[in-house]
Design a binder for this molecule. Structure first.
Ligand code: PMP
Length: 404
């Protein structure tokens, strides 16, 4: 069960006013808000234990190193990785994907095939296109139906013994569709392909089990999970992380450096060149603890109630059309009202304190599929309320009146 008053009290920003109105924050798919424990963790780090990690013999450096490595272990347990060194701390999902895409340059050859889906965020498209340009590999795309679901029959047809990699998001940021990733992974493995799952949008709602999924790579960003920006994870199976070359060279990622030859450190440090976001990594661990305390099943059940209520309510608005009506979806509603430009709706309701996203949501192929320039996207989190959905409804009715 969600104790909504208690939860909302944990988030200082939810007491803020925007444009003189109480903030109604419905842009959670872009980034989540931060509970006080996460904010405190960052302040405490810089106030009491700030030091560089993995380098010093002095006490503060060891305390900071222990705190950072404890966060890695928390993440290992959360994602159910077999080993903590399979959790690489990165700057976020985009960084994690680029580590893998760049690493595969030396592992692919001309004519190899890569499969992505129409539902991807640009950060799970562009790095693979760049990889294809470098290697001569071919990018193939799983199409979708009108509800915004992947056409799994087409996926079956795309898979061949030339398929080397499959990249799919667990949940679409633009539509909220939850993809059948276990089936996608199993089918890819049957033809010998590796799979990367972009968990940026699923992790705030679903606790993934990377061993049960048998996934090769799983990536996510802390900032969508009540943690800070500039930190994320790359989970990779040990055998794959050993096969991939390092992404960046620098301090921290070496065993020995001479001008003749440098040898690299083992996992996870091979992929962690330079001083990382130490405070961010520690706060990521605190955010994961916070969300686990509430419970991901409770979060998903409550958000599902919000989604059902909001869908019903918004559909009462004349001319409102929802894009993405998959049977399995998270609490995201992407919509347009008649032919009013999404930006105009977003700007007017912002004046009423309501924060939504407008535009193509870094998923232009989805907008092209529906033949629209963009949508208004309301995305809900476990700290949102039914009253906030009513406020969204009222604001949209007002915007429609002003703009029609
Ligand atoms: N993939 C998906 C599905 C996303 O929603 C996002 C963020 N909107 C990203 C990747 C990129 O995440 P980040 O900007 O944190 O690197």
């Amino acid at each position: 069960m969600i104790d909504i008053d208690k939860i909302r009290a944990d988030f200082p920003i939810l007491k803020e006013k925007v444009n003189g109105k109480p903030l109604v924050y419905l842009d959670n798919a872009a980034t989540s808000q931060k509970p006080q424990v996460v904010i405190d963790s960052i302040v405490n780090y810089y106030s009491t234990i700030n030091a560089n990690i993995h380098r010093g013999v002095h006490t503060l450096s060891q305390v900071a190193t222990d705190a950072y490595e404890e966060a890695r272990v928390k993440l290992q347990h959360h994602f159910n990785a077999q080993n903590s060194y399979e959790i690489i701390l990165t700057a976020g999902t985009t960084h994690s994907i680029n580590i893998v895409a760049t690493g595969f340059t030396s592992l692919l050859k001309k004519g190899d095939e890569i499969i992505v889906s129409t539902l991807e965020h640009h950060s799970n498209i562009v790095p693979w296109q760049m990889l294809c340009e470098r290697t001569g590999a071919i990018l193939k795309v799983i199409p979708i139906n009108h509800e915004g679901e992947l056409l799994m029959d087409s996926y079956d047809e795309l898979l061949t013994n030339k398929t080397k990699l499959v990249f799919v998001n667990h949940v679409s940021n633009a539509l909220g569709t939850i993809n059948p990733i276990k089936e996608i992974i199993d089918k890819a493995h049957a033809v010998g392909a590796a799979v990367l799952i972009d968990g940026a949008q699923s992790c705030p709602h679903i606790k993934p089990d990377v061993q049960a999924l048998d996934v090769d790579f799983y990536v996510a960003s802390a900032h969508k999970l009540c943690g800070p920006t500039g930190v994320g994870i790359l989970y990779g199976k040990e055998e794959w992380l050993n096969k991939l070359p390092p992404y960046q060279g620098g301090g921290e990622m070496i065993k020995q450096v001479t001008f003749e030859k440098t040898t690299y450190a083992g996992l996870p440090h091979k992929f962690e060149a330079g001083t990382p976001n130490i405070a961010g990594g520690i706060a990521f661990g605190v955010a994961i603890d916070y969300m686990n305390e509430i419970g991901f099943e409770n979060i998903a059940a409550y958000e599902n109630e919000l989604l059902t209520y909001a869908t019903k309510k918004l559909l009462q608005i004349e001319g409102l059309k929802i894009y993405g009506t998959a049977k399995q979806k998270t609490a995201v509603i992407s919509f347009n009202i008649g032919d009013i430009h999404p930006f105009d709706i977003g700007s007017i309701i912002d004046k009423l304190g309501i924060a939504v996203r407008t535009g193509h949501h870094c998923a232009q192929p989805i907008m092209a599929f529906y033949n629209i320039p963009g949508t208004v996207r309301a995305s809900f989190a476990f700290y949102n309320t039914f009253d906030e959905i009513d406020a969204l409804y009222d604001a949209l009715v007002r915007a429609q009146m002003m703009l029609s």
